[in-house]
Each structure stands twice: as structure tokens, then as C-alpha cells.
Design a binder for this molecule. Structure first.
Ligand SMILES: [Zn+2]
Length: 451
């Protein structure tokens, strides 16, 4: 018996030694310019060493001698940035490989069917598949009747507290409130969420942005509640929000053109002072203001969307349901300059902006929309560095984590190797050669070959 155990031990040790002999000791990405996402100047001709799923070091190449078994990848003349984070996603399983191929390595999932949204998060986060890491709100909390059937319903303040308890019990990472939550219910919901330390964000409708943040709301989706807060007479907006979702959206989206810059500035200043994080989803505003433009339906990025999904989108039916006319779209486009102005004012006041897309809702392609969002943030007046921060560091801050969003020793090895400089032209974030997802390096071509 003892002999057998000893034999097993010797065999085991021999196996271990053999494994150690063969196992590569990490990966070194050599020669790229590293934009680490902290705001520090780029580091030229750098070496990024990755061991397991973490970054071991980032240092100048000079004097670097790779250990014997380290895999060395020559990326000279390239740029390395942190993996991107889509801070407003409606995550579907088919979309996961698309996100990765477009360099989106983490997702903030803002609404889905409660059980399946959390199950997908757990499955993905426990590893195995090459998919972005997911932080999930489970299902959104809405009024009665809810806008979408799979929302948690808060009929009153007690119902609001119960909805938060449901999310906490189910293990949601944050709560997302929807347009039919008025300020009374919001107060109760935020109070309950504070008890559990659950972060809360909202797509506002029946509560304006200043009231909501005065009650403790931490983040706002789509810049919702801003025209309501800036308007002299917000009642017409609330009447529209009460009517149904689309009439609320139409009034809100049109309203931007009616508010003056001083009022926008006042709202921007207070939100920034309160530390509110905005997920403006400029790509949603831009795309939905041009749904009467045929180019929207022939965009190259749509080739990444499976045919059945495009059929499920049925965008023309949605336009019909919303009752949008050519004049509505023209009005939405008139609002775009004030939306951009508001974003500039908010940033100038020190406000934090996170990049989100609302994919995979109609015409918003998972992954591709994130690059469009970056482009639109720059178009709104953000420097490329700030746009990049919105999709990395700021989105990580919104998730409440510091292990992603910037590159440095000890951080998760989620990064992109680009063939062109994103700080010279933000559209260069699309020039992805490699995606490193939790330490595994994928050539972008191989990821795109899957569909
Ligand atoms: Zn959404």
C-alpha cells in the first residue's frame, strides 16, 4: 500500500515536472505603443507581459529579455488599448462572439428576462466560452402596467422595495429603473437599494434628472430626464410618458430642441456636482433620428447580424407602432446639436460619461455600435482620449470595478491590438488585429470567421 502510494507520488511529481517543462510562461506583446487608459501619455515601444488572465507588467522594451518559454508576439508599430466596455447592452447569446470580435470585452447588461439574463451572465463569467464578461441588472423595474412584459413591476412604494429585494436575492449587479417610475416610488426604491448597497441607474420618464439624482440615483441612461429638468413646463413630457413609452420617447427626443443653453448648463452642472454617471447612447439618438434614411438599412456592420435577428427587429413595424413620421425624424435631428452641447457642458463641469449603445435593439449592431458611439462622442466635442476613457475607465467605474478599464500590472488582461492610432482618429479603434480576452490572444480575423 505504502509502496503504491509512493509510486503514485513519484509518478505525479514526474508529470508535474513534465508539465512545467512544456507549459509556456505567459505571453509578451512587444513593440507597440500602449495607451493604458489611465490618462497617462502613451508608452512607445513597450512590452506587455501577460501571465494567466492578468497583466504581469508593462514596461519599455529596452533591455527586455523574454524568459525561455515565454510566447513572444511582435506587435511593433501597433497600438494597444484596454478592451472596450459597452455600458448599455441588451445581451443576446448570438451577440456574444460579435462583441468579442469588435473588441468589446465587458458588458453592462441593462435588461433582459430575469432568469435567463442572470443565467447567461453566470455561464459566461464562470469561463469556458470566449465571451465578454457581463454585469447584469437582471430585469428592469417599471410601473404598472410595465412597458415590457418581462420587467419587475412596482405598483407603489412597497412594490418598489420588493422589486429591489427580488434583484438582491437573485444576485443582480445593479438595478435599472424604467420610464414609469415616478419620484415617490423612486425614493422608496433608492432607499431600499441603499440598504443593500445596490447601485441604481434609470431610463427616466416620470421623474426628471435633477429630482432623481437628488434622491440618490447614481447613473442615467440616454440622458433621459434632462429636457424635463431643463424645461419651464415639464408637465407635457409627463403626460406623454404616462400615455405610453413611444409617445414619451418622442416628446423627450423632440424636447431637446426647445430648451435653452443656460438651462442645459444648469442641469449639466448639478448632475456633474452630484457625481452622476451618464450613459448618453449617442448612437441610439443618432440612429433613431435617421430611421427614414435608407443608408441605415444597408450599413456594412449589419452583415454581423443573423438574418432571423434582422427579421425579429422588424424596424418598419416598430416605426409604425411608435407612429413616427418624416416630421418626427426631422425634429429628432434638430435635437442632436443640443444633445451634443449638453454632453460638452456636462464634461466641462467634470461629469463622467460612459459609452453604451443599446444594442442589440433595432439597427444597433452588437460591438460595431460601440465604435460608432466613440465616433459620435468625438463628434459631440470630446477629445479622442476622453471618448476612449468613456468606453474603458469610466464604464468600469460605472460597474464599480477597477480590474478592467485600464491596463497595468495586476489588471485583467483584456486588451486590443490596433493597427492605427486611435488618438489621431477615433475611428481607428476599428482597426483591430488582435483581441486579448482574459489573457487569451485571438487574431481578429479568426473571430470574424465565425459568421
Ligand atoms: Zn436600453
Amino acid at each position: 500500500m505504502i509502496l503504491r502510494n509512493t509510486l503514485a507520488l513519484i509518478l505525479g511529481l514526474a508529470l508535474l515536472a513534465a508539465c512545467a517543462e512544456r507549459a509556456p510562461e505567459g505571453v509578451a506583446l512587444v513593440g507597440a505603443t500602449v495607451i493604458d487608459g489611465t490618462g497617462r501619455p502613451p508608452l512607445r515601444d513597450a512590452v506587455v507581459v501577460v501571465r494567466g488572465n492578468r497583466i504581469a507588467s508593462i514596461a519599455p522594451r529596452a533591455g527586455f529579455e523574454p524568459p525561455r518559454r515565454m510566447t513572444v508576439v511582435d506587435v511593433s508599430g501597433r497600438w494597444i488599448i484596454p478592451g472596450l466596455i459597452d455600458a448599455h447592452a441588451h445581451v443576446e447569446r448570438w451577440a456574444l462572439p460579435r462583441y468579442v470580435a469588435f473588441g468589446v470585452t465587458s458588458l453592462r447588461s441593462v435588461h433582459g428576462r430575469m432568469d435567463s439574463a442572470l443565467a447567461l451572465r453566470d455561464e459566461v463569467n464562470l469561463g469556458g466560452t470566449a465571451a465578454p464578461r457581463i454585469w447584469s441588472a437582471g430585469a428592469m423595474i417599471d410601473g404598472v402596467p410595465p412597458t415590457w412584459p418581462d420587467a419587475l413591476e412596482a405598483a407603489d412604494e412597497r412594490g418598489g422595495r420588493r422589486a429591489i429585494d427580488t434583484l438582491v436575492a437573485a444576485g443582480a449587479d445593479f438595478a435599472k429603473l424604467y420610464t414609469r417610475i415616478d419620484s415617490r416610488r423612486m425614493r422608496a426604491i433608492l432607499d431600499e437599494a441603499r440598504t443593500f448597497g445596490l447601485p441604481v441607474s434609470a431610463h427616466l420618464g416620470l421623474t426628471d434628472a435633477l429630482t432623481a439624482t437628488s434622491l440618490g440615483l447614481g447613473a442615467i441612461e440616454h440622458m433621459s430626464g434632462v429636457p424635463e429638468a431643463a424645461a419651464r413646463d415639464p408637465e407635457r413630457y409627463y403626460a406623454a410618458h404616462r400615455q405610453n413609452f413611444f409617445s414619451g420617447w418622442t416628446a423627450f427626443e423632440r424636447g431637446w430642441a426647445d430648451v435653452d443653453s443656460a438651462s442645459l448648463h444648469r442641469v449639466a452642472r448639478v448632475l456633474a456636482e452630484r457625481g452622476t454617471i451618464l450613459v448618453p447612447t449617442m448612437v441610439l439618438h443618432d440612429t433613431y433620428s435617421r430611421l427614414d434614411d435608407p443608408a441605415i438599412y444597408t450599413d456594412d456592420a449589419l452583415s454581423a447580424v443573423p438574418r432571423p435577428e434582422i427579421e425579429r427587429w422588424n424596424t418598419s413595424e416598430m416605426i409604425q407602432r411608435a407612429g413616427w413620421t418624416t416630421e418626427d425624424f426631422a425634429d429628432f435631428r434638430k435635437s442632436r446639436p443640443n444633445q451634443e452641447l449638453f454632453l460638452r457642458l456636462f464634461r466641462a463641469e467634470g461629469g463622467v460619461i460612459a459609452a453604451g449603445t443599446d444594442a442589440s435593439n433595432q439597427q444597433l449592431v452588437p460591438g460595431a455600435s460601440e465604435h460608432r458611439e466613440l465616433e459620435l462622442l468625438v463628434q459631440a466635442g470630446l477629445p479622442p482620449e476622453a471618448a476612449l476613457a468613456a468606453a474603458t475607465r469610466n464604464a468600469a467605474a460605472l460597474l464599480g470595478v477597477d480590474s478592467i478599464g485600464t491596463l497595468g500590472a495586476g489588471r485583467v488582461a483584456d486588451l486590443l491590438v490596433l493597427s492605427a492610432d486611435p488618438l489621431r482618429d477615433i475611428r481607428n479603434t476599428r482597426s483591430i488585429e488582435y483581441v486579448m480576452l482574459r489573457g487569451t490572444l485571438y487574431p481578429a480575423d479568426s473571430l470574424r470567421a465565425g459568421w
